[in-house]
Design a protein around this ligand. Structure first.
Ligand code: HEC
Length: 324
């Protein structure tokens, strides 16, 4: 069961890297000679022991209340809460992406009432629309539930009010950054928020749940903008996610990029951007089941042509079922 539905922390890191490289290469100019991005955890001398999995069954109402084993519980928690440190990457994109991606703006609480309709995002139960901006002048959802001590915020960040996004304090937000911080300009003034030197108070990380957690077809919410945990399923795949609208907060309607993103059907993600096939062919976010049976049929894939320009070598390793 575990291998069918839920994955551990180490697998999660691999997939985040995939998404990481897709966006680095897609949004910014791809420079394969640049050095690897810094790893906060390694730089701070931390090891995997500093990032313990959560054994409490914090999402037990999900998935029809199915009884899970201890490992499966840890896997589901990882799936929904663990960003693998990718907040460093998303922060860099916000700074260097010329206003293209800025997840703190995606999370603007004033959008909460129509997030599902507009972006296909799933509001996290136990949070509410902000009634006023926070201490930094940012409009972020208010957390009213799930502030359980089982979720260590140093490891998993804080709830953002949206499934799949976690918020962390930005370690680079020092005294100088604080003096320079102007929330009004951050929301309204392109010359301010486009500045690659602008340090935001928080960084936002993404978990696997962003694309894979869905409204439960067997127990859908009365209002899709306001589900309860029992209305959510963790591995069905979000068929409503509008990737372009989630990741590009300030689209230029006439741009090729924007047209391409809008052509992408809801519930899809163009994971083949990594291989740079230049085909606009986003794939459906799939339900995850019977993985072990399908992996038994898998063979390593040899990459050829321009895709070889990407870091990572020529053969993509597909794990066989027993390793998985
Ligand atoms: C940006 C959206 C997105 C995020 C975030 C995401 N995935 Fe996926 N995932 C997809 C899409 C799209 C597919 C289907 C790809 C295909 O079939 O070509 C997929 C497929 C999968 C599959 C194969 C499912 C099957 O049964 O064939 C697994 C396993 C998986 N993802 C694991 C993960 C893990 C682990 C993470 C977090 C580290 C993650 N995903 C995060 C979009 C996402």
């Amino acid at each position: 069961m575990r291998s069918r539905s839920y994955m551990g922390k180490h697998d999660a890191r691999g997939h985040s890297l995939l998404i990481f490289s897709f966006l680095v290469c897609f949004v910014a100019a791809c420079d394969r000679h640049s050095s690897s991005p810094s790893d906060d955890a390694k730089a701070a001398g931390l090891s995997s022991a500093d990032f313990p999995e959560i054994s409490a069954d914090v999402f037990k109402e999900m998935d029809g209340g199915v009884q899970l084993t201890d490992d499966e519980i840890k896997g589901r928690n990882t799936w929904i809460l663990w960003t693998a440190g990718n907040q460093a990457f998303w922060d860099r994109l916000a700074r260097e992406g010329y206003g293209l991606v800025d997840l703190l703006k995606t999370l603007d609480s004033r959008k909460r009432g129509h997030r599902f309709e507009e972006m296909g995002l799933i509001n996290e139960p136990g949070s509410q629309t902000a009634i006023k901006p926070d201490a930094f002048g940012l409009w972020l959802d208010r957390r009213i539930g799930l502030a359980t001590s089982d979720i260590d915020e140093k490891v998993y960040g804080q709830s953002s009010g949206v499934i799949g996004f976690r918020i962390y304090p930005n370690p680079a937000f020092d005294e100088t950054a604080r003096k320079n911080w102007n929330p009004d300009r951050y929301y309204k003034d392109r010359s301010y928020y486009d500045d690659p030197k602008l340090v935001r108070p928080y960084r936002v990380g993404i978990t696997c749940g962003l694309c894979h957690v869905a409204l439960s077809p067997l127990n859908p919410p009365t209002d899709p903008e306001s589900p309860n945990w029992k209305n959510l399923a963790s591995a069905i795949g979000n068929q409503y996610l509008r990737e372009g609208r989630v990741f590009v907060f300030d689209p230029q309607p006439e741009s090729f990029f924007q047209q391409m993103l809008e052509a992408q059907p809801p519930g899809t993600s163009d994971t083949s951007r990594v291989a740079n096939d230049h085909i606009n062919n986003p794939g459906a976010i799939r339900a995850i089941f019977d993985l072990d049976i399908r992996l038994a049929e898998a063979v390593p894939e040899t990459i050829t042509g321009g895709a070889l320009s990407f870091p990572g070598g020529a053969v993509r390793k597909v794990p066989s079922a027993p390793e998985f």
